[in-house]
Design a binder for this molecule. Sequence first.
Ligand code: AGP
Length: 615
Amino acid sequence: MCGIVGYVGGQSALDVVIAGLRRLEYRGYDSAGVAVLSDGSMAAAKKAGKLVNLEKELDGRPLPTGSAGIGHTRWATHGGPTDANAHPHLDNAGRVAVVHNGIIENFAPLRAELAERGHTLESETDTEVVSHLLAEEFSSCGDLAEAMRLVCRRLEGAFTLVAVHADQPDVVVGARRNSPLVVGVGEGEAFLASDVAAFIAHTRSAIELGQDQVVELRRDGVTVTDFDGAPADVRSYHVDWDASAAEKGGYDYFMLKEIAEQPKAVADTLLGRIDGGGSLRLDELRIPDAVLREAHKVVIVACGTAFHAGLIAKYAIEHWTRVPCEVELASEFRYRDPILDQRTLVIAISQSGETMDTLMALRHARAQGARVLAVCNTNGSTIPRESDGVLYTHAGPEVAVASTKAFLTQLVAVYLLALYLGQVRGTKWGDEIRSVVRDLARIADDVDRVLETMEPVRELARSLADKDTVLFLGRHVGYPVALEGALKLKELAYMHAEGFAAGELKHGPIALIEEDLPVVVVVPSPRGRSVLHDKIVSNIQEIRARGARTIVIAEEGDEAVTPYADHLIRIPATPVLLQPMVSTVPLQVFACELATARGNEVDQPRNLAKSVTVE
Ligand code: AGP
């Protein structure tokens, strides 16, 4: 979850690296640092806190511009966010600099060995051992790429490393195991970064690095080998994100921009996946239809918001295909010794494609013989690369830590997958599939309509800024929406927020209801199971009778709820299973506005990072 940038070429390495770090600051912002090579010497600076602190440091103590350089923004794992623990880390002679994303699990014995050999380590980090090991290996082999290969063979854990050596100007070397690293190839220059946002202003030609690979960047080209030095196969690809797409586009926060982008993100995720006759065409799945036909169980693994998308997927998959579907928190999945076999289809949902909990869950599933399908928003990331097949969402870069457009596009993707399973297994007739596909095609407009009516939601949110608790209730597909609404409020407004299945109220949570307690209720469509609708109307009455302030999200035309709603938020009528596409949006806006009213940092909430690449 750290941000890494490397550069070699004719531009100012310092300027390119700092600009790249700005694009990656969402990946971690506990500290930042840079190192540049200039005229055979190394110059470095690093500072705790956000990138702006480092920039202030550089204003006061400028570094040479240099023609090669590396940089880092950190999300602390080993050692607190201090200057000493900030990256880059140097060897004692100050000739090697290294930045790192991941965890080196055997750093303690390596640290002890280095101390015995007279090295002085100054930080609490696992990373620092690498700079000293590289210095030792370089002193005997004289080549940074070879030194990196030798060192990587001794490391255990997850790591992306990028390093420079003062004795090898115009060379930047990177290594990758489990954590993200992509290469950008320009004219007479080359880039390394945790994700493409750092260099798409300069080049759209990218190379995805595979597991256990070392890359050497020079002005005239890029060389990739495995850890033993053998040439490695790599996949080049074109980055289709515009530089502006990663900017705020006039909004105060990336999150606001990304909420507003949802209609387009939904439409883009549908693009090219429905043929002229309204049937589905998911040829990028890379999993044979025969395997999908024979699957006897689906297991979804994910974390956080992606997990909530999985919960909604369950309703669609079981209703449309009659295949049993389990949904598991990725961090719990492999520790409960799950029952998996060759006929289990595991779906790993992840926006970043780098969430370590989800990655380790899919590795466990594959080791048990299951087929793994990734639903992911980040091309070239680890989770799709290690899956048997992938269905990419096309939300574009999601920079805000709180996931919004990625969530809605994950829903589109899992609806498409469920329909495709129904199509290949014959549990849904062609006309039924075309009917749902038509509904899906209309959803982008429905989301647009919701976004146009959000001012009352923002006013309501501001009026609740002094509250410390909000509850969320839902039934059926509204229950995962309640969980998602609660998560948004937790991570943005730092409030106690909890989602419940409304039917659970009487089994305990109703004891929480007190005077003026805000309770958001997501009401299922009255055109679905009317008994569900009637029950939740009763639930609203029960909590209101006990003093709750009821905030009701209900479909246009649903008048049964009106007498019991202190605040009524209308959403367009949609098919039952698709309602989360529109009922989630007010909760995103609500949480964002409440966080803003409380003066919180919306795009980079405290303690969180956009991609959690440690378990
Ligand atoms: C959601 O707003 C959070 N940022 C977090 O729960 C996130 O959904 C989770 O960490 C999973 O991330 P992923 O989709 O990149 O795997």
